[in-house]
Design a protein around this ligand. Sequence first.
Ligand SMILES: Cc1cc2nc3c(=O)[nH]c(=O)nc-3n(C[C@H](O)[C@H](O)[C@H](O)COP(=O)(O)OP(=O)(O)OC[C@H]3O[C@@H](n4cnc5c(N)ncnc54)[C@H](O)[C@@H]3O)c2cc1C
Ligand SMILES: *[C@@H]1O[C@H](CO)[C@@H](O)[C@H](O)[C@H]1NC(C)=O
Length: 421
Amino acid sequence: MKITKLVRTFLSQNQWFKNCRNLRSGAVKESVDCVVIGAGVVGIAVARELSLNYGRNVLVIESDSSFGTGSSSRNSQVIHGGIYYPPASLKGRFCVRGRRLLYEYCKQHGIPHKQIGKLIVATRHEEVPKLSYLLNRGNENGVEGLRMMEASEAMAMEPHLQCIKALWSPTSGIIDSHSLMLSLLGEAESHGTTFCYNNTVVGAHFEGNQIYLHVSETETVKKCDHHSQQHPDILLLPKLVVNSAGLSAAAVARCFRGINPGVIPPYYYARGCYFSLLSSKVPPFKHLIYPIPEDGGLGVHVTLDLDGQIKFGPDVEWLDPIDDISSIQNKFDYTVCADRAQKFYPEIRKYYPSLKDDSLQPGYAGIRPKVSGPGAGFADFIIQGEETHGIPGLVNLFGIESPGLTSSMAIAEHVATQLSV
Ligand SMILES: Cc1cc2nc3c(=O)[nH]c(=O)nc-3n(C[C@H](O)[C@H](O)[C@H](O)COP(=O)(O)OP(=O)(O)OC[C@H]3O[C@@H](n4cnc5c(N)ncnc54)[C@H](O)[C@@H]3O)c2cc1C
Ligand SMILES: *[C@@H]1O[C@H](CO)[C@@H](O)[C@H](O)[C@H]1NC(C)=O
């Protein structure tokens, strides 16, 4: 019998599992309480919620060697107000609720953050009605303090800014997402959550009402050029499973034998690159500056680090589809192509005309897991329980793109309630 590192983790850290009989394949079977797939900010928040507020024993399986290496560390680190989304949508509700929870949490736990506020700017007359539209939407969503500003007032706040009208959102801010994840993770661990790295969920099957989760060491999975689902190192028998695998969530769900593939949304990937502003002694902006949103993203905007460094991004670049195995192997391409800077200069100069030539340097990239393709317009977060896919105890999280960081604690609340634990 192959005793994997995962099993050793159980043996050394957990008393609550029952060692079950072996399968013919030789895989070890373990009964567990809850499994969360993926240690991004959402998975971590879900694990914390289940262990801290519901007393559940949670095992988080993360394919990478550490937490938060996916989208959760490749974003703008902006705490969004909740303006853009249709009022009854999950994005709209969770962004507003999540933001309030997040500020409260940051204060209580000393997470570095700053409520610096944001200006959404119109730079052409055709864009002014869009600002009014966003103002109404934000108000409907319950976003506090939104206010239209004349150009003179906005440009007095930000002397380098060029605009003809602006919408001021005082509740927007920035956060150190790594500190947030570390804090949520620490709380989860001290309430009985175990984080298991270097292990990948490669599939599942169902017998009766029992989920059998197939897990293999990432090292083995990476070496496979065909599907490794047949030979998992271990089978976990959890009562609850939350599929929070981010970019791989749809691929993971498709490898669950017995799930109706029709309920799994198509996945599209849109890369977003950032360019940082070469060191200027005094950063040109103090607030977040956003243009009018574009298709697929919020537009190439100005964000600030907590130390005041300025970066621009993310743009929207639709990537070629990727097959399920490559997705589960995490073969995503985060290359920032230096040429893309040429598209950034004219975009940024619409609101920051004094941007100098050659002042942008490649930063990093993130990839958005999208459930609607180019030009298809708004798509909501998809949080899928038994009522959709028919499998008791399973929740799938699909399309958790922006504002997923802001919404993370609200998503966690919702998932725990949905599982009615
Ligand atoms: C460019 C960009 C900018 C953004 N800006 C913002 C912003 O300013 N504000 C905001 O609120 N939101 C923003 N977002 C959204 C936010 O970053 C994400 O919604 C959030 O990080 C998603 O967290 P997650 O835990 O769902 O996914 P992830 O962080 O991607 O975590 C998923 C984890 O699952 C693991 N995994 C995958 N497959 C498996 C498997 N088979 N077995 C085990 N583990 C697996 C991965 O390794 C990964 O660690 C942005 C996103 C992008 C891409
Ligand atoms: C995960 O694997 C990496 C090598 O890929 C190794 O350096 C690290 O120690 C492993 N982590 C754990 C927790 O086993």
